[in-house]
Design a protein around this ligand. Structure first.
Ligand SMILES: NC(=O)c1ccc[n+]([C@@H]2O[C@H](COP(=O)([O-])OP(=O)(O)OC[C@H]3O[C@@H](n4cnc5c(N)ncnc54)[C@H](OP(=O)(O)O)[C@@H]3O)[C@@H](O)[C@H]2O)c1
Length: 159
């Protein structure tokens, strides 16, 4: 099973200059709780922004380059990344925009953190057709412990 996980600002922005624009500790915990023990697949730029493999997860990095990254499996397409895992394994696509765009048509589940604030940034989540997805879970927060704006965790499954 292919799951997308992403945090998106209300204007569609997900990052700037290869970094995140916000720090929401609840969202980091949510991400860790969902992905730990499962494979994570990311584009090379997202790997660079993390700077290290995520612990307790198989880390797969998609790149066109011939490179070795310590603690990661390097592949040359999203299809090759997904082919590493049996179909009953939940594989998390963790970004960024290029990889999300390729993964959206293939994804079965979509974990969306809606960040209810607009940010200036150079990277946006691709347009997605909400009518193709059914909202199965939603939890809203007026603010975070260390974050001033509202946000919500939403889970969608493909109709
Ligand atoms: N808000 C969130 O939840 C979230 C999550 C993740 C990332 N982000 C943000 O997103 C931004 C990064 O996204 P991005 O779109 O710039 O980069 P990206 O998708 O992380 O990585 C792009 C790279 O992936 C490789 N790639 C893409 N398509 C490929 C294909 N078909 N075959 C082989 N390799 C392929 C290429 O690597 P090579 O150039 O090495 O060939 C390409 O340069 C950052 O700002 C990051 O902070 C936000």
């Amino acid at each position: 099973m292919v799951s997308i996980i992403v945090a998106v600002a209300e204007n569609g922005v997900i990052g700037d200059k290869n970094a995140l624009l916000w720090h929401i500790s609840e969202d980091l915990k949510h991400f860790k709780a969902l992905t730990t023990g499962h494979p994570v697949v990311m584009g090379r730029r997202t790997y660079e922004s993390l700077g290290r493999p995520l612990p307790n997860r198989r880390n797969v990095v998609v790149t066109r380059q011939e490179i070795a990254l310590p603690g990661c499996e390097v592949v040359h397409s999203l299809e090759k990344a997904l082919a590493l895992f049996p179909s009953d394994e939940e594989v998390f696509i963790i970004g960024g925009a290029q990889i999300y765009a390729e993964a959206l048509p293939l994804a079965d589940r979509f974990y969306l953190t809606r960040v209810m604030h607009a940010y200036e940034g150079d990277t946006r989540f691709p347009a997605w057709d909400e009518s193709a997805w059914r909202l199965v879970r939603s939890e809203s927060f007026p603010s975070g412990r260390d974050y001033p704006w509202p946000f919500a965790f939403e889970t969608y499954e493909r109709r």
